[in-house]
Design a protein around this ligand. Structure first.
Ligand SMILES: Cc1cc2nc3c(=O)[nH]c(=O)nc-3n(C[C@H](O)[C@H](O)[C@H](O)COP(=O)(O)OP(=O)(O)OC[C@H]3O[C@@H](n4cnc5c(N)ncnc54)[C@H](O)[C@@H]3O)c2cc1C
Length: 427
């Protein structure tokens, strides 16, 4: 009944995970107060994946990617925009927002990540990171002058950005710190495939290169990009895709374990009244046996729903369920859909089910101790999803946290029969 529930829930973070928590609380009929602290972006919540894809290409507008407005009735919703949660006093169950301490019965931490930008790369016009709508809009505002673009970093966001800018006809150079673009995300085989796609679309790549300095001789003039081998190049636009760091600063001193994001138990609970979800949550995933933190879209919404379920279970005296999940992400580049399921870290065998080429769809599977732990493919949705349903690793020893694929050399096997692992193997 509206008005009789005196509980207060604080939701920190105004993106996908926070939005999903607020929506899920309403869907479950929560009638207490929800205080939603949405952070320092002064825009309505939006979905990020299109920022480096359709939004950058001018195919979608900010309105197209906004998340649905939160439900107005049911729970009493107080939205706080333009302000960050500044501190958590976990012993007193209260959070500092601006100069107001807000007491809570439950807190959901959904503050995600911030772009990693080295201090010496900041402050130059024409140099952008890409994490927020404002970042993407600033990049788009520069595109009419058709600048030469240098994209620094070739993970998922850097590689997508290079593809999007190239599809608009810009001259693009992609700086790859490692040997191959996307290798840390999808592994060597698909990394090589990705490199070939960039080349066939006319992107210049600089491999095993590190940018040491960005400078501009005069206002409005080109940016000089300097590399560790002494080489330089010029650009009108520089996009930094150097990864992101967890937005945990406001939680320092709270007593929460912040060794890699917010460390939770398997149910996504960090303290009796504190839960976390999305890019910031680090939890022991029972499917793999070890802790991980997953920086992907579908994880953020699934975890947010699960965190609310865990809180509800506590409220109703039920056992909190574990968040047992096989991670998934996709990436769109040059009209191709890269997809990956599972968790490849620690794998000791790679099977190339299909190498791609001649119209074939690349598909790679990863194994550990003979068990399938991950699969990645390009334009191979059905095959990748079939692999997803086969990933079960219940007995694995806890491993280290999430991270890039190891650079070691696991066994590599070419499987001649596409999409059917384990048959007709040739080494
Ligand atoms: C350009 C780009 C492209 C992407 N493409 C894909 C893709 O193709 N496929 C895929 O699976 N994933 C993709 N992702 C990842 C996906 O968008 C993220 O996994 C998802 O946004 C995570 O949501 P989140 O709510 O956990 O965190 P975030 O999206 O990081 O949101 C955190 C929110 O918290 C706010 N905040 C921060 N600090 C505070 C504070 N102290 N107090 C209050 N609020 C705070 C922030 O302003 C923000 O609103 C992409 C991400 C980016 C940036």
């Amino acid at each position: 009944m509206v008005g009789t529930d005196t509980r207060t829930i604080v939701v920190a973070g105004g993106s996908l995970a926070g939005h999903t928590v607020v929506t899920e609380l309403d869907r479950r009929g929560f009638t207490g107060e929800v205080v939603w602290v949405r952070g320092d972006e002064s825009v309505s919540p939006y979905s990020k994946p299109a920022l480096s894809k359709e939004f950058m290409q001018g195919k979608l507008t900010a309105g197209d990617i906004s998340l649905p407005a939160p439900p107005a009735d049911g729970s009493r919703l107080r939205v706080i925009d333009g302000t960050l949660c500044a501190r958590l006093d976990a012993d007193a169950d209260r959070v500092l927002v601006g100069d107001e301490w807000i007491s809570f019965d439950a807190l959901f931490i959904c503050t995600g990540m911030r772009a990693r930008v080295p201090a010496h790369f900041t402050g130059l016009p024409g140099v952008h990171s890409l994490r927020t709508l404002a970042d993407a809009a600033a990049i788009r505002a520069q595109l009419d002058s058709r600048p030469r673009a240098v994209v620094v970093g070739a993970g998922l966001i850097g590689s997508e950005t290079a593809a999007s800018l190239r599809s608009l006809g810009l001259p693009v150079e992609l700086v790859v710190q490692g040997r191959l673009p996307m290798e840390a995300v999808v592994g060597e085989e698909l990394g090589r495939f990705c490199l070939e796609r960039h080349h066939s679309h006319g992107v210049t790549t600089r491999l095993s290169a590190t940018v040491t300095e960005l400078s501009a001789g005069r206002a409005g003039g080109p940016i000089t990009v300097a590399f560790d081998d002494g080489a330089t190049t010029e650009a009108g636009l520089v996009v930094l895709g150097l990864g992101a760091t967890t937005a945990c600063g406001w939680l320092e001193g709270s007593g929460l374990d912040l060794s890699d994001g917010v460390l939770c138990d398997a149910s996504l609970r960090a303290r009796p009244s504190v839960f976390a979800a999305g890019d910031i949550a680090n939890w022991p995933n029972p499917v793999f046996g070890g802790r991980m933190r997953v920086e992907h879209w579908s994880n953020a919404s699934a975890q947010a729903r699960h965190a609310v379920e865990s809180w509800s279970a506590d409220q109703e005296g039920r056992r909190r369920p574990a968040f047992a999940d096989v991670p998934y992400f996709w990436s769109d580049q040059y009209g191709l859909k890269y997809q990956m399921v599972g968790h490849a870290r620690g794998h000791d065998e790679v099977r190339v089910e299909s190498a791609g080429g001649d119209g074939a769809r690349p598909l790679v599977t990863y194994y550990r101790d003979g068990r399938l732990v991950a699969a990645a493919g390009v334009n191979a949705t059905r095959a990748v999803m079939r692999m997803k349903s086969r990933i079960h690793c219940p007995d694995r020893e806890p491993g280290p946290g999430d991270g890039p694929l190891p650079s070691g050399r696991p066994t590599r096997t070419a499987v001649t029969s596409p999409h059917v692992p384990g048959r007709e193997k040739t080494t």
